[in-house]
Design a protein around this ligand. Structure first.
Ligand code: GCV
Length: 717
């Protein structure tokens, strides 16, 4: 028979597991109970009654979100206390606010755009009010999430006067999701789009996805892979797309699709996809009309053309302008846009791959239609741990350019490696193109302020899959969050983003926040150190891009081989992109090119990206290149070891489930960091012929062993 204390024990085990289990599904919308009683009381007193103004699905979502947030953060006291107060929290768009309220807002509406919001504390007729408003209901919803964030991060809500608008128009996730639910370069399970069961089965996760995106201000989603399948454009699939668009609409999220350039042939029965052919033009016009009949606010098309085997206008001796403008014409009557990707490099072009996008696109500056935006990756190669900014930024003053960041970690250790990517994004956004003198940052090209561009955009290749915690690794939710926050405001610092994400997702306890924030901020440099220090790049094993493969040299296209990028030989290592080499530096403004060209001024983090230097080249710290490189690899490994130490101390501050998820992954990251160090150093040592410096641990395996490793089922490939 069970005794009373056995019951208590059993009960507490079940209860504790319940409390401490957290699968991470709620993301940064945890709305954890605020432990400080005085803070809770202050919030309760200040908020008062909820008064929605106007009726719409969006306003209703705002109301439900406030109730959910307050109920969870302030507890049942919220429901009882706000009955007897005179204070109110009024929220609604300008058109639906009372005159009394509007007067209090003065000219504030002149300072926001269509998606912006105002949050203001006002007192009139003897009552205190907080007003959350905007020009549109979606603006109000953004204000609601912003207000909730103040509570989540334990900030004061007295005397509020917040006026904010997104600085970039198109803030879009790109899903590289295939119709069979595999995700190209996806490391968090399968696609969240259950195409087979759509449109009738509407997984609640679609709504949670929309909530999460709206909470960070994202307003668009490209549902399918840029390596596109034309079937998405058939009526059978458009019906499914329509169902998703209907769910996302009240959250302010537009749906976009990738357009396979050869779709007129594959699903239209035409013999050509030539963009100047009358029947092709007409086919796209009719197809676009059909889409808008179903989805009146359809965003438009994203196109990967003449890149890595995808069809495009060049198949018909036409150019990017012909292709993009043909689609833009079809979309124009409905207000849709074309996002045309600049990720091109050709097997027929023997020049440095890093130069090819610029060469192909910059001559067309000013020739694209107004509803075309060119989507450019952050660097000229391909989402490496570190790349200098893409030379196209700042170089097309008459053409809108859209930033493409990768949130998924194709070249950064997949979802196993904990890296805080806003550090990488921030570095690119802050980079100075010097096109109009000092201060012409990439961010200013992207937000349009550099040249007065009206169409602006930013895209992030999603790291989301159907894993319960969305991103496979709880810490990597911060990269989705951080991308959204930077899309809203590209001038936000990575540190601010880490701080607010941690507080919303885990805890406001400084004993937790301080070390973990530092760990996140240092994590990107750690990865650069143990994978590609000093400007090395694209030395991952080929195809799947998992683990090191600097030795690979047998693929048909030269630029698919890591040896193409590091060019290690007995004389030294690195890719000469100065005037003595490929002269890729000439694509930058002279102020930037001069810095990159000169060994005295080049930042060492980019050294081997731009220069081939001897193994005994002296680094700024007086060490030889070989020793410096080896020590960087070791530093990266040590940094991961210290991440593990930091995390292990956090057991008391984090629920068991997320604590273990992150702990196990960090341990794998440590193993893989050592693998990277040992494999790369053993391989490069063949050329340097130099011994490893003392402070570098001896490799545990031979080079042959590392070269023999094969990963036929690496995910995302
Ligand atoms: C979707 C890289 C990736 C490809 C990706 C491509 C692109 O080459 O390896 O998987 O294709 O970039 O961005 O189009």
């Amino acid at each position: 028979m069970l005794k009373k204390n056995h019951f208590i024990l059993l009960f507490s085990i079940v209860f504790c597991n319940y409390i401490f289990a957290n699968d991470g599904y709620k993301l940064w919308l945890e709305y954890s109970y605020i432990k400080s009683e005085s803070l809770r009381k202050d919030y309760l007193k200040t908020i008062g009654k909820l008064v929605p103004s106007g009726h719409s699905e969006t306003i209703n979502i705002g109301l439900e979100e406030l109730k959910r947030g307050f109920g969870s953060m302030l507890g049942s006291e919220f429901l009882s206390s706000n009955k007897n107060t005179k204070n109110t929290l009024v929220f609604g768009s300008k058109a639906n606010l009372d005159k009394d309220v509007l007067i209090q807002l003065g000219n504030a509406f002149n300072e926001i755009n269509e998606e912006g919001f105002i949050i203001k504390s006002v007192a009139f007729k003897g009552k205190n009010h907080i007003i959350i408003t905007g020009k549109t209901d979606v603006g109000v919803l953004y204000g609601v999430y912003n207000f909730l964030r103040l509570l989540q991060t334990n900030q004061s809500i007295e005397k509020l006067h917040i006026i904010d608008s997104p600085k970039i128009n198109l803030r879009v996730l790109n899903h590289w999701d295939n119709l069979d639910r595999t995700v190209e370069r996806g490391y968090a399970g399968f696609s969240i789009w259950d195409w087979h069961r759509l449109p009738d089965y509407l997984d609640p996760r679609y709504t949670d996805y929309a909530r999460a995106n709206a909470s960070i201000g994202l307003n668009g989603t490209v549902l399918n892979n840029v390596n596109a399948n034309a079937i998405i454009l058939t009526p059978q699939y458009l019906e499914k797309v329509e169902a998703l668009a209907n769910i996302f609409r009240p959250y302010g999220i537009k749906v976009y699709l990738t357009a396979r350039f050869s779709a007129p042939i594959e699903i239209g029965g035409l013999e050509t996809a030539d963009p100047l052919d009358y029947n092709v033009i007409n086919w796209w016009k009719e197809k676009t009309k059909e889409i808008y009949q179903r989805i009146p606010d359809f965003g438009g098309f994203l196109v990967k053309a003449n890149s890595e085997g995808q069809p495009g206008p060049q198949n018909y001796d036409r150019n990017h302008v012909d292709g993009a403008n043909m689609l833009a014409n079809a979309l124009e009557p409905f207000g849709g846009i074309v996002m045309w990707r600049a990720f091109v490099y050709s097997e027929h072009d023997a020049s440095d791959r890093a130069k090819q996008a610029y060469t192909e696109f910059v001559p067309y500056d000013g020739q694209f239609k107004d509803n075309v935006i060119i989507q450019v990756k952050n660097g000229a190669i391909d989402f490496q741990p570190r790349e200098p900014f893409h030379p196209m930024f700042g170089a097309m003053p008459k053409t809108p350019l859209m930033m493409e960041f990768q949130i998924t970690q194709e070249y950064l250790g997949f979802s196993t490696h904990s890296i805080f990517l806003p550090k990488l994004y921030e570095e690119t956004l802050h980079a100075d193109t010097y096109r109009k003198g000092k201060g012409s940052t990439v961010a200013k090209d992207i937000d349009g302020s550099l040249d007065g561009k009206r169409l602006t955009g930013i895209a992030g290749v999603s790291n989301i899959g159907n894993d319960i915690n969305w991103t496979g690794n709880s810490l990597l939710q911060a990269n989705w969050y951080g991308f959204g926050r930077l899309a809203w405001n590209p001038y936000l610092s990575a540190e601010t983003i880490a701080d607010e994400w941690l507080k919303q997702t885990f805890s406001n306890n400084e004993t937790f926040i301080k070390p973990i924030k530092q760990m996140m901020l240092d994590s990107r440099e750690a990865v650069v150190n143990y994978m590609t220090p000093l400007g090395l790049h694209h030395i991952m094993d080929t195809g799947h891009h998992y683990g090191p493969g600097p030795w690979v040299s047998n693929l048909s296209r030269p630029e698919w081989n890591p040896v193409y990028y590091h060019k290690a030989d007995s004389l030294g290592i690195g890719f000469d992109r100065t005037p003595t080499g490929s002269n890729a530096t000439a694509q930058y403004a002279p102020e930037v090119a001069n810095v990159f060209n000169d060994l005295k001024s080049i930042p060492e983090q980019d050294l081997l990206w731009f220069h081939h230097v001897p193994w005994d080249y002296k680094l700024k710290n007086g060490k030889t290149l070989w020793n410096g490189m080896a020590l960087k690899y070791q530093e990266g490994v040590d940094q991961v070891a210290s991440m593990i130490k930091t995390w292990d101390k956090m057991e008391n501050y984090v629920d068991v489930e997320r604590f273990n998820n992150i702990k196990m992954l960090l341990n794998i990251q440590y193993k893989e960091a050592k693998w990277w160090r040992d494999a790369c150093l053993l391989y490069f040592q063949q050329f340097s012929g130099m011994p490893l410096p003392e402070d570098v641990e001896k490799p545990t395996q031979t080079l042959d062993y590392f070269q023999s490793l094969k990963f036929p089922f690496a995910p995302g490939n």
